[in-house]
Design a protein around this ligand. Structure first.
Ligand code: IFM
Length: 448
């Protein structure tokens, strides 16, 4: 038996647009994902989040499921357009009431709420005004943080500003695969800058209104980057990939500085002032780490913009979306901690997402036998524990995801949940992995 420290958070993660549905109810405004999903050809089967898992109406049942399993933490995101339909200005009280009820139900069931302020669903009016490439959006985000903090800050002990700014910036503004579907390197860079700036402004805004002992962090998606070979070209490609995937987010957030190597890139770095860097590095209590896989990278002169491309190594095991590589989570946690421990000895780490998309279905007897998901979770939790034995201060582990949900441009075909959703009837069925993870949470550890 591997036992974790007392009060370790065993949680599940979700996000608003992926599960809530109810896009036209109780005064919610339009988000960029509502708009993007209506653009034909952008989403698998032209699906959308209009209903999703209908969590907006099933939230009490979903909380009951977590409580019945023994899960002690829940990371959800707040839909900005439910709170501020125009993005800033008039507050929609009905939207705040929804999250207020959710938070109270979680606390009543001894489940610690971890709200995330932004999981990619920007209010459309802010996009119409220029979106994240505009500095005003960062200022609007801080106003929104203060509105939420004032309403929930007396009870919520842990806050997360952004989820995966890299995806919001790169998939949304470089590749155009996610909302708002822009493809422009400069819009991408200014989005990165304003997301990081808005994170720091939101930390300041939250701290001024929430309870003084509240913990505040950000969730970054990070990966170990491995060169495809020992050649100097591939090693250099891996290094620049690491800069674009990891260091460009880690260093401003943890140390208030730009990473070395940025000056070699053709980017308008002078748009970032010293004061902005200081704001980006506003002190956080914990760093959330979302880990799914590593990246194996090869030099490729055709690959825009870094001359580096990811390859799928032969002989590995794969899920429906990525290589399965459990040692990567330990390698990543150790690396972050080894880099941070001198400058930020009080920093805590949290695995805010880890999970896998593997085909599963409800069997004839009503069970979902998702043994590959159980194996994935067990192997990754084991690697987290090994990193903790080496001194890495990890306080929690959150599975992505509680529910099967809308996997963005891949639609409903990709299932990550511990709970199966029948998207026709909205019936919830706890998968074998859900019961297994509940056992881990109740025992506070892994059985041999
Ligand atoms: O579904 C996403 C989530 O929104 C952000 N992190 C990765 C998950 C799986 O792709």
């Amino acid at each position: 038996m591997i036992t974790f420290p007392d009060r370790f958070y065993w949680g599940t993660s979700t996000s608003a647009y992926q599960i809530e549905g109810a896009v036209n109810e109780d005064g919610r405004g339009v988000s960029i994902w509502d708009t993007f999903c209506r653009t034909s050809g952008k989403i698998y089967h032209n699906e959308n989040g209009d209903v999703a898992a209908d969590h907006y109406h099933h939230w009490a049942e979903d909380v009951d499921i977590m409580a019945s399993l023994g899960i002690n933490a829940y990371r959800f995101s707040v839909s900005w357009p439910r709170i501020l339909p125009e993005g800033r200005g008039k507050v929609n009280t009905a939207g705040l009431d929804f999250y207020d009820r959710l938070v109270d139900a979680l606390l009543a069931n001894h489940i610690t709420p971890f709200p995330t302020l932004y999981h990619w669903d920007l209010p459309q009016p802010l996009q119409d005004a220029g979106g994240w490439p505009e500095r005003a959006t960062a200022e609007a985000f801080a106003e929104y943080a203060a509105v939420l903090g004032r309403r929930l800050g007396d009870r919520v002990p842990c806050w997360i500003t952004h989820n995966e700014p890299m995806v919001a910036a790169y998939a949304g503004h470089l590749l155009g695969e996610n909302a708002p579907g822009v493809q422009d390197i400069f819009a991408t860079f200014s989005t990165v800058v304003h997301l990081l700036l808005s994170h720091g402004l939101a930390v300041q805004a939250l701290r001024s209104v929430v309870r003084p002992d509240a913990k505040i962090g950000i969730a970054l998606n990070l990966s170990p980057i491995h060169p495809a070979s020992d050649s100097p070209e591939d090693r250099q490609a891996a290094d620049i990939y690491d800069l674009g995937a990891n260091r460009i987010f880690l260093e401003p957030v943890l140390y208030g500085r730009l990473p070395a190597g940025m000056e070699a890139l053709p980017l308008p770095l002078d748009m970032i002032s010293a004061a902005d860097l200081q704001t980006m590095g506003e002190r956080i209590d914990f760093l959330g780490v979302n880990y799914y896989t590593r990246a194996v990278v090869q030099h490729d002169p055709e690959a825009f913009p870094l001359n580096a491309k990811q390859i799928q190594p032969e002989g590995s095991e794969y899920s429906q979306m990525w290589e399965i590589y459990p040692p990567g989570i330990g390698e990543l946690l150790e690396r972050i901690w080894n880099e941070a421990k001198t400058a930020r000895p009080d920093l805590r780490l949290m695995v805010t997402e880890n999970g896998v998309c593997v085909a599963d279905a409800v069997d004839f007897d009503g069970r979902v036998r998702d043994t590959r998901r159980i194996a994935y979770l067990r192997d990754h939790i084991g690697e987290v524990w090994k990193a903790m034995q080496k001194g890495v201060p990890v306080d929690g582990y959150f599975v992505w995801s509680l529910l099967d949900n809308f996997e963005w441009n891949l639609g409903y075909q990709m299932r990550f949940g511990l709970v199966h959703i029948n998207f026709d009837t909205l019936k919830r069925t706890i998968k074998d992995s859900g019961r297994w993870f509940g056992g881990v949470a109740r025992r506070n550890g892994l059985e041999d």
